[in-house]
Design a protein around this ligand. Structure first.
Ligand code: ZN
Length: 99
């Protein structure tokens, strides 16, 4: 199975698992280079709500994000992604004091 990086579209099998509320998840996607509109749309799909409603969704959700190592490196903010299928992938959790 070959997947594509969510950010750049290059084939990759690495992923980063995100865990947080709607606003934080959207912020992570934007920090990775996705436009605010697209990021909200993607998180709206994940949370099954309208893009305009994602920021009010505060319950933590899991988002396995397929992303290549290059895109993570470019952002300069996140731990390297790990190959899909390993038992304990890197999980990036929204800090409790994040607003
Ligand atoms: Zn990429």
């Amino acid at each position: 199975m070959e997947a594509k990086c969510t950010i750049c579209g290059k084939p990759t099998d690495t992923l980063l698992c995100l865990q947080g509320g709607g606003k934080w998840l959207t912020g992570v996607l934007m920090a990775l280079g996705i436009s605010p509109g697209d990021a909200k749309y993607m998180i709206g799909n994940l949370l099954d709500c309208e893009p305009d409603e994602v920021f009010s969704h505060q319950k933590y959700e899991d988002l396995p994000l397929i992303v290549c190592a290059d895109c993570i490196k470019k952002s300069g903010k996140f731990p390297p992604p790990e190959p899909a299928g390993i038992p304990n992938p890197t999980v990036l959790v929204q800090p409790a004091d994040w607003h």
